[in-house]
Design a protein around this ligand. Structure first.
Ligand code: ADP
Ligand code: MG
Length: 571
């Protein structure tokens, strides 16, 4: 039952100076006129992680014009914007109230440049705005300082709420901009499909970041300019005409000297699966949303994956059609990454030679002559890349700085020269042809003897984890961007490079635990389980997955990263 603001103040005053656990009785909801305050979890002491609270603004007070959030994309973009505003404003009040430990802390999730569906802010169908935050309930030692908490909840919070979560006509232009960008980005994604493209990079885009640890655009960067041969023109519904490079389906190679911007372009394509905020420089860099970055990942665990399209006839006789290891090599790990990405439904692979296992990518002609192919268990990616496209409709964009082997396979070859792309397809193809004749090279596709590509059967169940009891207490931890730990089992996600924020890891932790407790079964393939998760997320967000207690720091991950996490969960 909802209590009044006066009742909240009354309880607060009664417990002042008393022992900290008495704060627990604040759990509940309070009518703050204009919004409801939910005190969801109360910390055990002033040094523990802060208390979880949330506010829900009534549709009448929030009053955002319906057309700012009448599509999925616009809604996510508006939620993202409100969370940014709220978190930014709230920060001004953090630690204004005083006390020991985390007393007085107030914080909401501060999003990075990606616009993602987060539990931090959610707009309901009728237009109520739910905002989740954390607050350090103040104490002096272990004695309650409730006058300080009163300041936080009754004075600061309502101010931040009314400043940032009530529709403000003077900010109309900004809100419009957010909605229009979301619409344009959605439009570009649609055009990719219609025009059989896998990515679009607008002229004028700023791809490099300020530094390796910053996500801000580099100042004085060279703006992107498409080669004429690949340039397309789009009529965006709001921004109007825009030109840029359209990368067609098929096999695209990005070459060029070191430091000329190859990896920077690939990186922008990797995160182009997400929409970016205005001012990021990559607002109009849009990649097929199923794209997966593939790299070597020595030491990862692999469980029951059919990697036989790449690896066969191992000297130890191990079966590679259902391959498991706790400590994969560079090439086996990359092979597994490819097959698992196929299972996760990826239609575009992104590969950088810099982070690949050389023996997985190519076998050069001299090596072929010396070590006969029947003594080599690896069928390199170069011999499968064309088949993957033709048989499984999976395109590849590959950065190569030192190996020309892919010239034969590539449909398009782009050279980065001083950060600018040039289309060198014809020149490079001609050079490759000449080279093949001169060297009597047998690598051109006609001569290559490569077995047929057999796509693994992904409808089979792959179960190596034990089903967990959902009544068990679970302890989840997220270690930054790097890994998650669930009941002391650590899942290393460092090399799942398209994870961009810790919220995605927190979201994934909850999801894989739900799979482990609710879905795991011998009659279900991984695909079916992840499909069920996506259905749940669509209909009820994290509500069911988190058994009703949704923290404010979760981000909805892509299905590809859910697969990636399940696949790295050690036996
Ligand atoms: P490569 O992969 O070709 O060796 P990188 O993409 O790693 O090169 O880029 C090399 C350096 O150049 C990086 O420090 C990057 O920040 C910088 N850089 C990349 N693109 C641009 C650009 N468009 N303008 C200015 N600097 C850039
Ligand atoms: Mg590089």
């Amino acid at each position: 039952m909802k209590q009044s603001k006066q009742q909240l103040v009354k309880i607060l005053r009664e417990i002042d100076n008393k022992s900290y656990p008495l704060y627990k009785q604040l759990k509940g909801s309070y009518d703050m006129t204009g919004f409801t305050l939910f005190i969801e979890r109360v910390q055990g002491d002033p040094f523990a992680s802060p208390s979880m609270i949330s506010v829900e603004v009534t549709p009448e007070k929030a009053d955002f014009p319906k057309d700012l959030y009448d599509t999925m994309e616009k809604k996510v973009a508006l939620e993202d914007q409100l969370l940014r505003q709220f978190a930014g404003e709230l920060r001004k009040y953090s630690f204004q109230a005083k006390g020991s430990g985390k007393s007085g802390f107030m914080g909401a999730v501060v999003p990075g440049p990606e616009i993602l569906k987060r539990t931090g802010c959610e707009i309901s169908n009728v237009g109520a705005v739910r905002l989740r935050l954390e607050a350090g309930f103040p104490a002096n030692g272990r004695r309650i300082q409730s006058r300080q908490l009163e300041k936080m909840l009754v004075e600061f919070l309502p101010r931040v709420v009314s400043n940032t979560l009530y529709y403000d006509k003077t900010k109309e232009r900004q809100y419009r901009q957010v909605a229009e960008l979301a619409e344009d980005q959605r439009f570009i994604r649609g055009e990719l499909k219609k025009r059989n493209l896998v990515a679009f990079v607008a002229n004028g885009a700023i791809l490099p970041r300020e530094s390796g640890v910053s996500s801000r655009p580099m100042k004085q960067a060279v703006a992107f300019e498409s080669p004429k041969s690949l340039e397309i023109t789009l009529q965006l519904p709001n921004k109007g005409e825009i030109k840029g490079m359209g990368i067609p389906q098929g096999i695209t190679m990005i070459v060029g000297g070191g430091f000329h911007g190859k990896s920077t372009l690939l990186k922008a394509l990797e995160v182009g699966v997400y929409n970016h905020v205005f001012g990021d420089g990559r607002e109009y860099v849009i990649t097929d949303e199923s794209a997966v970055k593939l790299r070597a990942e020595d030491g990862r665990s692999i469980q029951q994956v059919d990697i036989s399209m790449f690896i066969n006839n191992l000297p130890n006789g191990k079966d590679t059609s259902c391959f498991s290891t706790e400590d994969a090599s560079g090439s086996t790990s990359q092979a597994a990454n490819v097959v698992e990405a196929m299972e996760a439904g990826s239609k575009l692979f992104l590969v950088d030679e810099d982070t690949s296992a050389t023996n997985f990518m190519i076998r050069d002609e001299l090596m072929q002559k010396v070590v006969h192919s029947n003594m080599e268990p690896i069928t390199p990616f170069s011999l499968r890349v064309r088949q993957l496209y033709e048989k499984a409709h999976i395109s590849t964009i590959l950065v190569a700085g030192s190996s020309g082997s892919y010239f034969y396979e590539a449909d398009h070859i782009i050279q980065m020269k001083e950060y600018q792309p040039e289309d060198i397809t014809e020149m490079a193809k001609a050079a490759a042809q000449k080279f093949a004749i001169l060297e009597n090279d047998n690598r051109s596709l006609e001569n290559e003897k490569v077995s047929e590509l057999l796509i693994p059967d992904f409808s089979k169940s792959r179960i190596w984890l034990k089903k967990a009891d959902m009544r068990d207490r679970v302890k989840m931890k997220v270690m930054g961007r790097d890994s998650i730990s669930i009941n002391k089992e650590t899942i290393d996600l460092r090399y799942v490079e398209q994870l961009v924020d810790t919220g995605q890891l927190a979201g994934i932790a909850n999801i894989v635990w739900y799979i482990r407790t609710h879905l795991l079964s011998e009659d279900m393939s991984m695909t079916e389980m992840v499909n069920q998760i996506e259905e749940l997320l669509k209909t009820s967000g994290f509500e069911k997955i988190c058994a009703g207690r949704v923290p404010g720091n979760l981000t909805v991950p892509r299905r590809q990263e859910i697969f990636a996490c399940m696949n790295r969960w050690r036996y």
